[in-house]
Design a protein around this ligand. Structure first.
Ligand code: TEU
Ligand code: CA
Length: 578
């Protein structure tokens, strides 16, 4: 009942280009640098690399603000460098995925500069321009109350035409108006350009936000003490979204790739996701969902840390594992990316005693689920977040904006006091995107051989002298070598790709366990998600007589497997049952 597809059986590795490898000593990673490290990536067992945006950009949001879709930012290299990289990737039997940001452009993009000129410009309607409103005291107010995802109002006033433009992200990222067919055709033309050049897959940034509620009405008021309101329901999975995705697929994607992933923040449930990826709908092949990433934030706010329970995590995974199969589609699997910092610090345990084992435990879960595995550079090393950085060390716009807002709030309450920002910094050290954007540490020499510049563009992770590629390659027990074993294990057992997910003990507060089943084959996965030893009882209906261990993150003494298993802190194992 499953449909074999090459892109369902691969491992995709996200390269955050500016932090991977610098080849020319300017402190910024680049395309030539990636070429130098391709053997490392290939050796990990990776099948496809995903490059974060490398196009011309003022870098207000690290390249997710594109000023020219068909030219590269010279700091990353030339088009020739990209072609060489693409050829080198293909020569090694790997594939290339490009990141496409089409919900918005940079405010420096020629389309926007045109649009901004005057109200009659042919590109005026390529963005959302509206008249403002007047408040009770005659103050100028935006056209509606939508809040920006990076805080503050989602509109910016423009003097010269006395109108406002919409920006769901920063003011330097004006939203494109997909309801205008010229905009959509311009977008498809960009995809065509990169498809022709040999791109094998596409990642679409915040693609479920491109269809806005017609008329752009106010969002319901949740916080009466301020003007701007959370408004995700006004633009998430909007009324024309499937028309646009299907059109994009028919007009351009189908010519080049059936490996596409749509990033879908702000809420997409498993039913909505199916509508994007069900095969017969001809839209996308996978989505990035966020339910498992939202568990550690309260009220949908990533900046409000929340204690989560293991059963909640299991429930989220189970819902997606069980729904996205057969005709309903397919899941992407990930625990980290350039927005979602290190899993070991958020979902494992960054304490020196446990960081390696808990990194391996999380990886065991990731590689034992059904879906296409996405790894993020450095995940394979299990590096925890930096802990002693100051606010100046974080270049990320989202982090800076949130810090400023917190500072302002406190200053307003007590104008004569310098605010104490300690708790704000604690949250930043847990959730800032920069925690995962530190340069790849290749060895223990200066700046981990990431760059020969006196300073990399962002601070190195302080632990790079201990945690780096070279030291982990030499240590057979390292996280890196464990990841390699996992990749190998997964590729040896096709059941790992397509087998059904069956929960074993869904409410257990300590041990996470499930079966993968396909035809007569069964695989049992269990792991202790705590820092204490514990006992796990395998239900009697599961026959363990023929169990063969496939992988474990500790040396396992109790062979053969019995129904009662003693587990070390963060111990994880996978058994084949026949
Ligand atoms: O991310 C979309 C997104 O939802 C994030 O803004 C997310 O809310 C935030 O990072 C959580 O910390 C994409 C890109 O991956 C991100 O890097 C961009 O900043 C954003 O879109 C705007 O293009
Ligand atoms: Ca460089």
């Amino acid at each position: 009942d499953f449909d074999r597809q090459w892109w369902r059986e691969i491992i995709i590795y996200e390269i955050y280009v500016q932090s991977f490898q610098d080849s020319n000593g300017d402190g910024i990673g680049d395309l030539r640098g990636i070429i130098q490290r391709l053997d490392y990536v290939k050796n990990l067992g990776v099948d496809m690399i995903w490059l974060t945006p490398i196009y011309v950009s003022p870098l207000e949001d690290q390249g997710y603000d594109i000023a020219n879709y068909k030219e590269l930012n010279p700091m990353y290299g030339t088009m020739k460098d990209w072609e060489d990289l693409c050829a080198e990737v293909h020569r090694r039997g790997m594939k290339m995925m490009m990141d496409m940001v089409f919900n918005h452009t940079s405010s420096q993009h020629e389309w926007f500069l045109e649009s901004k000129k005057n109200k009659t410009n042919p590109k005026r309607d390529w963005y959302f321009w509206r008249k403002g409103r007047t408040g009770k005291n005659g103050e100028r107010l935006p056209p509606n109350n939508w809040e920006s995802m990076f805080g503050g109002p989602g509109w910016k006033y423009d003097e010269s035409t006395d109108e406002w433009y919409m920006h769901l992200f920063s003011p330097s990222q004006p939203d494109l108006n997909w309801d205008n067919p010229d905009v959509r055709n311009a977008v498809y033309d960009v995809i065509d350009f990169w498809g022709k050049k040999g791109t094998d897959g596409f990642r679409f940034d915040v693609i479920n936000l491109v269809s806005k509620t017609p008329g752009l009405p106010d969002a319901p008021i949740k916080f009466p003490d301020k003007f701007e309101q959370p408004a995700t329901e006004m633009y998430t999975n909007g009324p024309n979204i499937h028309k646009y995705m299907h059109e994009m697929n028919r007009k351009v994607l189908c010519k080049y790739s059936n490996c596409t992933v749509g990033e879908m923040p702000c809420g997409v449930n498993e039913y909505e996701a199916s509508e994007y990826v069900a095969k017969e709908r001809q839209e996308l092949s996978m989505v990035f969902q966020f339910d498992h990433m939202n568990l550690d934030g309260a009220n949908g706010d990533k900046w409000q840390p929340r204690k989560w329970e293991l059963w909640e995590y299991e429930r989220v995974l189970r819902v997606w594992q069980q729904h996205m199969l057969g005709n309903h589609g397919w899941s992407s699997l990930y625990m980290e990316n350039h927005d979602q910092p290190r899993a070991v610090s958020r979902f494992g345990n960054s304490d020196v005693r446990f960081r390696a084992v808990s990194t391996k435990m999380l990886a065991t879960v990731l590689f034992a689920l059904r879906g296409t595995v996405f790894l993020y550079q450095g995940q394979e090393l299990g590096t925890p977040h930096p802990q002693n950085w100051k606010i100046e060390d974080y270049p990320d716009i989202e982090t800076q904006e949130w810090y400023k807002a917190q500072y302002k709030l406190r200053k307003e309450k007590e104008p004569n006091k310098e605010p104490d920002m300690k708790d704000t910094m604690d949250v930043i050290r847990l959730k800032s995107r920069d925690n995962a954007r530190t340069p790849m540490p290749w060895d223990n020499s200066t700046h981990g051989s990431f760059t020969t510049a006196s300073k990399p563009w962002i601070r190195m992770n302080d632990e790079y002298p201990e945690i780096n590629v070279q030291s982990q390659e030499q240590d057979p027990d390292s996280a890196l070598n464990y990841f390699k074993k996992l990749v190998h294990m997964r590729k040896q057992h096709p059941l790992m790709f397509y087998g059904a997910y069956v929960p074993v003990n869904p409410t257990d507060p300590k041990v996470f366990s499930f079966l993968r089943c396909q035809g007569p084959w069964r695989t049992l996965v269990f792991c202790n998600w705590t820092s204490e030893t514990t006992e796990f009882e395998i239900p009697t209906e599961i026959d363990v007589d023929l169990a063969v261990m496939l992988i474990a993150n500790y040396k396992v003494e109790d062979d053969p497997l019995k129904h009662k298993v003693k587990l070390q802190p963060y111990e994880a194992r996978i058994y084949s049952l026949r």
